[in-house]
Design a protein around this ligand. Structure first.
Ligand SMILES: Cc1ncc(COP(=O)(O)O)c(C=O)c1O
Length: 396
């Protein structure tokens, strides 16, 4: 066998999302695409705003010398300046182009951060439930993913976080609005987390970095604020992308921003740029970097997601599901009506409904619904959700 043992194991234990995707493809072949209700993928279904298409045409037609050439690994200075200026306005921090690296999405951003900060055996602590790829990203760079539970409503459990920070913790990674729960972490909780990390860094005699993964920052409802880590802890970094807020996940464009007062900021910026190069990203896609210069602050129509959330929440509550109404992202994370979430996901599958077991996100006893699907899918799936609940109740 030529594939490495580790990859074989990753492929086997692999992602639930991928397993559901494959199962969905099989069911769609048998029953027809319109009869399978696929809530398994976080692939935005709201089209990019019209201005994206307009700017894209402009960017393609622009006569710029060396437009398709190599560039600095950190990205184009015009792009980095535009991002920095936007963040300064948004978060009232004093950032410059030198604090920004353009990346291949948020995933590329997290990988260059981990590559730059982790030594073998260093730990990345994340509140659970969490985005399942984090474990792979930490492993890519010799890191070990550790988790701490969140509260019943998926807000930060600061006591659990404090207890979980140890002498090998190098990074605390948070994701707000959260995938899979849709929860947002409050300013008070970020402030308290910052205090914990300051205390723990001095206790262990090494800097613990706070990394905020925030591709859903703009996908929020009812004007819910999304506090910024930069206001609460200097050794902080943001990794994000335009995948969700501009519906461009296939174009692989995002950025990393580093707090201007982070320790060793100059060498950290150098490491991030080098990591972009040596991980093989080299630089974020050039045309996309030019595109986003003029799209700072632009977002898809979030009302469309809010409508879907409200319809699904109402239908599920009526059917007897127990869930929080998430203030952001496009996921619901209801409680499974039976303790075994994998078994319940199988029951839903029999109704041709595809969701992902919470166990796949470190949140057993729940399941994730990605509601970035058309309204008709939601309406037609609700009777199946109701029948599955009734079956689970009858069995229990
Ligand atoms: C929490 C979270 N982080 C990172 C990513 C990766 O985003 P990107 O496609 O921008 O790399 C995703 C994608 O679904 C996500 O949900």
């Amino acid at each position: 066998m030529s594939v490495s043992g580790k990859m074989l194991q990753f492929m086997e234990s692999g992602s639930w999302i991928r397993k559901m995707f494959e199962e969905g493809a099989r069911l769609k072949q048998i029953h027809g695409i319109e009869n399978v209700f696929d809530f398994s993928l976080g692939n935005p279904n709201v089209p990019p705003p019209d201005i994206v298409q307009e700017k894209l045409l402009q960017v393609v037609q622009e006569a710029v010398p060396g437009k398709h050439g190599y560039m600095p690994n950190a990205g184009l200075s015009e792009t980095r300046s535009a991002v920095a200026a936007y963040l300064c306005r948004q978060h009232r921090v004093s950032l410059a182009a030198g604090n920004i690296v353009a990346t291949c999405g948020a995933a590329g951003g997290l990988n260059i951060i981990f590559k730059s900060l982790l030594d073998p055996g260093d730990e990345v602590l994340v509140p659970a439930p969490y985005f399942v790829e984090y474990g792979f990203y930490a492993d890519n760079h010799g890191g070990i993913l550790k988790t701490a539970p969140t509260k019943e409503d998926f807000t930060l459990d600061l006591h659990a976080m404090e207890n979980a920070v140890g002498p090998r913790t190098k990074i605390v990674l948070i994701n707000s609005p959260n995938n899979p729960t849709g929860q947002i972490y409050s300013a008070d909780s970020l402030m308290a987390l910052g205090e914990i990390l300051t205390r723990k860094s001095s206790q262990y005699g090494r800097t613990i970095y706070l990394v905020s993964d925030e591709p859903y920052r703009k996908i929020v409802f009812d004007r819910s604020p999304v506090p910024c880590v930069f206001s609460h802890y200097p050794n902080s970094l943001i990794a994000t992308s335009y995948s969700k807020d501009l519906s461009l996940p296939g174009e692989r464009i995002g950025f990393v921003a580093v707090h201007p007062e982070a320790e060793d900021v100059q060498s950290l910026m150098g490491a991030l740029a080098l990591a972009n190069r040596i991980l093989g990203f080299v630089n974020a896609p050039g045309l996309m970097q030019r595109l986003i210069i003029g799209l700072q602050g632009i977002c898809v129509d979030v009302e469309i997601y809010r409508r879907k959330r409200d319809r699904l929440v109402a239908g599920l509550k009526e059917a007897g599901y127990d869930l929080i109404v998430p203030p952001g992202a496009f996921y619901l994370f209801p409680k499974s009506p039976i303790p075994d979430d994998v078994q319940f996901v199988r029951i839903l599958l029999e109704e041709l409904i595809l969701v992902v077991p919470g166990s796949g996100f470190g949140g057993p006893g729940h399941f994730r619904i990605a509601y970035c699907v058309d309204d008709g899918t939601i309406e037609r799936a609700l009777p199946g959700f109701r029948r599955a609940m009734n079956r689970a109740k009858a069995a229990g």
